[in-house]
Design a protein around this ligand. Structure first.
Ligand code: SF4
Ligand code: SF3
Length: 518
């Protein structure tokens, strides 16, 4: 730890590609970074105290929330982290106590052990966020819930490199189950997404922008704004919500506003409507819109209004609604180009015969999954250029907020399909996996033998858990960018390269030439 007292290397924009030591590039202050490490240590103690016992639902929720709150760009509010630490200490005491864990031990010591410990911790945080979204919809899985304890317990232990790798692979499979239960929770609550054209036009009148991943928050907001003359616009990872029948049926779910998270300070500047943050990624709000920012659940930023969670995970959005009416919204209509979404697994599988036929007939030569997080680095133009340069006889599946790098491009269609198919949020990587498995079955080969290449972009911990799932499924030759994680040590990287053929992205031209050479 530096003199200034923080060390964080959990995200892709970490200072100098090594670690934030004075203040976070994201705006995280050293005291908050320290508290997040204390919270992690306190949760390791909970897991120790709960070992061999049934901890109970409240403790299950506490671990999910504590892990979720420490994902990048979720909670910058030290008092909220303090409250979670206090709850964790109380849970440990209630469970009979446990040996203390030193937060300094999390990211220090042998480089390879630190790298592997951090990888498991960051993946676990990402999974907890997904587990929480399923949980609020009433869907849990005992293995997933149990792994929040197991993962924390193992993070607090020493392991050989082989043991760490085995844990990471086990975790990757558990995260697949987590994405499966979230898929089940979402599709049970709102139906299977259907291909949907989403307006990006701005309509006159009061509105609320909702961002993040939590579909229950959107549903409740839509219910509570019905008939009030307020339009709802999705932002960032909320875009795929437009594809769900149970959400698109609301006529005041008007469209999508803005692009991915890193542009929010520009896009929300003087916005004449409130912005409601349901999950990551929140950036330090500028004074020009700080008075209209609302957070909820584990999301927090000092000084911003917070909508508390009531019984049954329900919320009262009255303050957000009042703010929308007070600000009045846009005065005139601004025309925007529509975006397509809703190509989740059910929509793609329902035309599986046509996709398979198109591949067999040579109409589709290759399928790319270009998915993952967006971010601020200029190198992320790679993904725009990559999609622009893909041959016209290739399909591009996409998911997560990285899609805003290219979802506005007109890259044409192949027969009935647009060439870019938006499968959903980052957690809808589950849909992409299901489609890949179905294609492999139809072609009687392994996923690695399909004309399919994964070109992923990462920023925060959800990408870490998804990558571990893909590796645990044996998927080879994934291209990862825009840069490799600072928490992957050279020795761990060589394992990932040798065992899984993981490749850092280079240039779109060189990567496309290599991928398509066969
Ligand atoms: Fe730095 Fe990223 Fe950690 Fe923020 S989350 S302190 S930018 S490494
Ligand atoms: Fe984006 Fe934050 Fe990761 Fe769900 S919203 S993908 S970065």
């Amino acid at each position: 730890m530096s003199d200034a007292g923080m060390f964080c290397f959990q995200c892709e924009q970490t200072a100098g590609g090594k670690g934030c030591t004075r203040v976070g590039v994201c705006g995280k202050q050293p005291d908050v970074a320290g508290k997040q490490d204390q919270l992690t240590a306190a949760m390791i103690e909970v897991a120790r105290a709960a070992h061999g016992k049934a901890a109970g639902g409240a403790t299950d929720e506490l671990l999910m929330q504590g892990l979720f709150a420490t994902v990048t760009n979720v909670n910058f509010d030290g008092t909220r982290i303090d409250a979670l630490i206090a709850q964790a200490k109380a849970a440990t005491a209630r469970l009979g106590g446990a040996p203390a864990y030193d937060p300094q031990a999390l990211f220090h010591g042998d480089a390879d052990a630190t790298s592997l410990r951090a990888t498991l911790l960051f993946g676990l945080r990402g999974m907890a966020a997904y587990a929480w979204h399923a949980h609020v919809l009433g869907v849990d899985d005992p293995v997933v819930t149990g792994w929040h304890y197991k993962g924390l317990l193992e993070i607090g232990r020493d392991h050989s490199v082989e043991e760490w790798l085995a844990l990471l692979m086990e975790f990757g499979k558990v995260n697949l189950t987590c994405m499966e239960i979230l898929d089940r929770a979402n599709t049970t609550a709102y139906g299977h997404p259907v291909p949907t054209s989403v307006s990006t036009s701005r309509e006159p009148g009061p509105f609320i922008v909702i961002t993040g991943h939590d579909l229950l928050d959107l549903k409740d907001l839509l219910e509570q704004t019905q008939g009030k003359g307020i339009n709802i616009y999705t932002h960032g990872e909320m875009l795929p919500a437009h594809g769900y029948p149970g959400l698109k049926k609301y006529p005041h779910l008007k469209g999508n506003y803005g692009t991915a998270w890193q542009n929010q300070q520009k896009e929300f500047d003087n916005l004449p409507g409130p912005i409601f943050f349901t999950t990551n990624c929140i950036m330090p709000p500028k004074p020009s819109y700080a008075d209209r920012v609302f957070t909820t659940s584990v999301v927090g930023f000092p000084g911003m209004a917070h909508i508390p969670t009531g019984p049954g995970h329900r919320k009262d959005f009255t303050p957000v609604i009042q703010k929308a009416l007070e600000l009045g919204g846009w005065k005139t209509r601004v025309e925007g180009k529509p975006l397509m979404t809703g190509f989740a697994r059910n929509a793609v599988m329902s035309v599986a015969d046509q996709v398979i036929g198109a591949v067999k007939a040579g109409l589709v030569k290759h399928i790319f999954l270009v998915g993952g997080c967006d971010g601020a680095k200029p190198g992320r133009n790679y993904y725009t250029e990559f999609v622009e340069k893909t041959p016209k006889d290739t399909l591009i599946l996409t998911l997560a907020c990285g899609k805003y790098r290219f979802n506005h491009l007109d890259v044409g269609s192949i027969g009935p399909f647009p060439r870019v198919l938006d499968m959903g949020q980052c957690n809808d990587a589950y849909s992409a996996i299901q489609v890949a498995v179905a294609l492999a079955k139809a072609f009687n080969c392994s996923v690695n033998e399909l004309p399919l290449t994964l070109v992923l972009s990462w920023y925060e911990q959800k990408a870490v858990c998804i990558l571990l799932t893909l590796l645990a499924l044996g998927i080879q030759n994934i291209r990862l960018g825009p840069t490799l994680p600072a928490f992957v040590s050279p020795a761990v990287l060589s394992v990932l390269v040798n065992k899984f053929g993981l490749k850092p992205v280079t240039t779109p031209d060189a990567d496309l030439a290599e991928i398509l050479k066969k």
